[in-house]
Unconditional design. Structure first.
Lengths: 324, 317
């Protein structure tokens, strides 16, 4: 199989879906003429024309809400936010409109909208460096995906575009250059709501999200050398959330660490903790451990950022603690 | 405007007024919930603007009144079932009377947050343009709502992309207890159109014919690639913000003076002068409205409440 980057996976998904379906459009700040500040969408305007690929003014409320309006009236918009943090700028349009318009109107409409959200700490500070998935897991009506590798980046984006519901698609900035094997089949999709066991094992369950997955795999290698074969689970979708995959793994391992780039309080790990209390308490032989940001904004300076973002070492230490 | 169109607008104004009076009675009697914002006094502009739409156009209505639904032809019994939170309405009890929706007639629904309508209308306009159609979008909003940032963002986005959206401001002088002159720096909301290089026009919102002409012109411009327009219809909120509003923030004299501008008797007099309306047509319109409302209420009262567990449905498609 050929190897491409995460960024190329995203672009391939966009191009293939736009070729397949003329109702798919793409817009956002600097996406058309410039090709996006992360260079994902270069050449798309040339292929699909200025009506289907265009630049918007700096107006997140209007253009995200317009995505909802366009979805209500027969298009499948893919809206790019320059940074995932700007979801809060467009909070009404994301939570109250994309998430609730269908419900509030008794299911009269469907909302096939994808919002692309470049996420993650990358030396860019509090308002450009967050992984805010957990905020939106709390909001009904939104599907959420966070791919950790090129194949999932492509397959989940294609599934998101084909889905008839609003999907927040979190693409981690530090993963854009990551390489991996990706199928060329134009109908290769990764179903939403299905976790991947990226490395099977039985000593401990390590749930890792987005950019935490490569770190988790490195930890798994290190522990394997020490004789501990841990299982690494990548949820891939946070809504729908593949709860059975996690519960089943914990029934086998009895130990769990969750590594995420969210804030610790009410993060994804907190939800997993509650899930296990409800469904697998008797299988846990050690308490759950969360490796997350310690409830501070993401600082800008490298030394500070490195201190708060879960590192391979911190994940390793959390696992070691449970394995000892 | 031909005679039939004038009579159609007049009948819709009467039906809206009678319906609102009956809804107020139902709310006061505790027979239905009260999350209803009356539009008494604003029926002329609402009925006339909607009369200018084509069947395949889209519309987003505002919080105030029933005339939008009446004028668009949504069956009254459905509106009443939504109000009462019963089966048989348009939104299965999920959105109340605030979210009456009717896809067959391009009624996209309502934003619960004021100003949430603007981006949605922009998106509907975007859809029309991408698909190459010649429909238009009519977006109603109040003077107070024109102060939301979404108004600015959406007007500008529609203007730069030449989207076929008509923004229709119902300036009724009040945002709950806040008079327009205290909330809004410009005297005419229509002046704001200059900031987006689009046409802005002020009309007497209590004169249906002025509103019809201005909205028709704006729709025509939208259909032919001219982009958005802003129309401001000056009117007045004759009733309180909600049924039971003590209205301690405005004087009785002010309201009494405005009742003399009530669009219904004024239009009746004008139509009579033109020979379009006579006593028998007038009583017929009134009787017809009452019969329709009686039937709709009877239907509504027989409808069951939704199954409680249906609260779990309609989140995802």
């Amino acid at each position: 199989m050929r190897t491409i980057t995460y960024a190329q996976g995203i672009k391939e998904a966009l191009v293939e879906e736009m070729r397949r379906d003329p109702t798919v459009i793409l817009y956002g700040e600097d996406v058309a003429n410039f090709g996006g500040i992360f260079r994902i969408t270069s050449g798309l305007k040339e292929e699909f024309g200025e009506e289907r690929v265009f630049d918007t003014p700096i107006s997140e409320n209007a253009f995200v809400g317009a995505g909802v309006g366009a979805a209500l009236t027969g298009l499948r918009p893919v809206v790019e936010l320059q940074f995932a943090d700007f979801l809060f700028t467009a909070g009404d349009e994301i939570v109250l409109k994309a998430g609730m318009w269908r419900y509030g109107h008794g299911g009269a409409y469907r909302i096939p909208l994808v919002v692309r959200c470049p996420s993650g700490a990358a030396g860019v500070g509090p308002e450009h460096g967050q992984c805010p998935e957990a905020f939106f897991m709390h909001a009904p009506g939104l599907k959420i995906v966070s791919p950790s590798n090129p194949a999932d980046a492509k397959g989940l984006l294609k599934a998101a575009i084909r889905d008839n519901n609003p999907v927040l698609y979190f693409e981690h900035k530090l993963l854009y250059a990551a390489k991996g094997e990706v199928p060329e089949d134009p109908d290769y999709v990764v179903p939403l709501g299905k976790a991947a066991v990226v490395r099977p094992g039985d000593a401990l369950t390590l749930v890792a999200i987005s950019a935490m997955v490569p770190k988790a795999l490195a930890v798994a290698d290190r522990l394997a050398k020490e004789g501990h074969h841990i299982e690494v689970i990548d949820p891939r979708s946070l809504c729908p959330f593949d709860r059975p995959a996690i519960v089943e793994s914990v029934k086998k391992t009895g130990k769990i660490v969750v590594a995420e780039e969210s804030y610790r309080t009410l993060g994804v790990g907190a939800e997993i903790g509650a899930l296990l209390m409800e469904q697998a308490l008797e299988y846990l032989d050690r308490p759950l451990r969360r490796v997350a940001i310690p409830d501070v904004p993401v600082p800008t300076a490298a030394v500070l950022e490195k201190f708060v973002i879960p590192s391979e070492e911190k994940i390793y230490q959390a696992c070691r603690e449970l394995l000892s | 405007m031909d005679r039939n169109l004038k009579l159609q607008i007049y009948r819709n104004m009467i039906l809206s007024r009678r319906l609102e009076e009956r809804i107020a009675e139902l709310i006061k009697a505790g027979q239905v919930g009260g999350f209803m914002h009356p539009g008494v006094g604003q029926e002329a502009l609402q009925c006339a603007a909607i009369a200018a739409l084509r069947r395949d156009d889209y519309m987003l209505y505002a919080h105030r009144g029933v005339a939008y639904w009446v004028a668009r032809g949504i069956p009254l019994e459905k509106v009443l079932c939504d109000l009462a939170g019963r089966e048989g309405g348009t939104n299965r009890g999920k959105g109340g009377v605030m979210r009456v929706v009717y896809p067959e007639l391009g009624v996209l629904g309502e934003s619960g947050t004021l100003g949430g309508c603007f981006p949605i209308a922009t998106g509907a306009g975007l859809s029309i343009k991408v698909k190459g159609g010649d429909q238009a979008v009519l977006c109603f909003f109040g003077d107070g709502t024109s102060n939301r940032g979404t108004f600015h963002e959406s007007m500008n986005l529609c203007a730069v992309r030449k989207l076929p959206v008509v923004f229709l401001c119902e300036n009724n002088g009040w945002a709950v207890s806040m008079p327009t002159e205290r909330s809004t720096a410009v005297k005419d909301i229509a002046d704001r159109a200059k900031g987006y290089a689009v046409p802005g026009k002020v009309v007497d919102g209590n004169d249906p014919e002025q509103v019809f002409a201005a909205v028709s012109e704006a729709l025509q411009r939208a259909r032919t690639g001219g982009g958005p327009s802003l129309v401001e219809a000056k009117t007045y909120r004759l009733w309180g913000h909600w049924i039971g509003d003590p209205e301690s923030y405005r004087s009785r004299e002010e309201v009494e003076k405005q009742w003399r501008r009530d669009p219904i008797p004024i239009y009746e007099a004008n139509l009579a002068k033109e020979g379009v309306l006579n006593d028998s047509l007038r009583s017929e319109a009134d009787a017809d409205a009452r019969t329709k409302i009686d039937r709709a209420i009877e239907f509504m009262q027989k409808q069951p409440f939704p199954k409680p567990e249906s609260a779990l449905e309609d989140v995802f498609a």
